[in-house]
Design a protein. Structure first.
Length: 193
């Protein structure tokens, strides 16, 4: 007996508006870096709660660009063992060495302790991956450590659009800052999955 699991099928209630906007872009002759890209960048930055957003062709490119723009070169960058190959590849493509770091089995994320197990003097950045939108409960402790030690914290938020960090306020869990606003840079993917 076999079981069939249907794939997600996107639903567009405003397909006529979408097609009209696509037509306008195509007729403008400006397929990249036009006014719609600028509008998207501004709205996405506002949603995430950051000053700037820059559209790239992929999250992999965004990660590599972030590492390069931060001046990290010839160094070690911590990445989790639970990630997509692009996370490690972005480190290699930027001229650095990925150091694969265990995840905490209860959160599926790197924790402060797993990071400390792999920390050396030549680590210049940590790429924290919000796998499936999960943000490590240790994010504040990790962020403080990075800030105090001048280590860049880069978020691979490919799966984390709209995810928020959980904090305890007066004994209650409260969602606060968005993924993508927690480190030096946050990188997203807009691949359909």
């Amino acid at each position: 007996m076999s079981t069939f699991y249907p794939r997600a099928k996107p639903h567009f209630s405003d397909i006529d508006d979408i097609l009209s906007e696509i037509r306008n872009v195509l007729q403008s002759g400006n397929l990249v870096q036009g006014e719609k890209v600028k509008e998207f960048e501004e709205k996405f930055a506002e949603m995430v709660g950051v000053k700037y957003a820059i559209a790239t062709n992929s999250c992999t490119s965004a990660l590599e660009l972030s590492i390069r723009s931060l001046g990290v070169n010839g160094k070690k960058v911590l990445v989790p063992t639970e990630t997509f190959v692009a996370t490690g590849n972005s480190v290699i493509l930027s001229g650095n060495t990925p150091v694969f770091t265990d995840i905490d089995k209860s959160t599926l994320c790197m924790s402060y302790d797993t990071i400390m197990d792999r920390m050396t003097d030549d680590v210049a950045a940590i790429i924290i991956v919000h796998m499936g939108g999960l943000i490590t409960p240790d994010i504040d402790k990790i962020r403080d450590y990075c800030k105090y030690n001048s280590i860049h914290l880069i978020e691979d938020a490919a799966h984390a659009h709209g995810s928020k960090k959980m904090s305890i306020v007066n004994g209650c869990y409260v969602k606060s800052e968005y993924a993508g606003s927690l480190g030096t840079a946050g990188c997203f993917s807009f691949y359909p999955t």
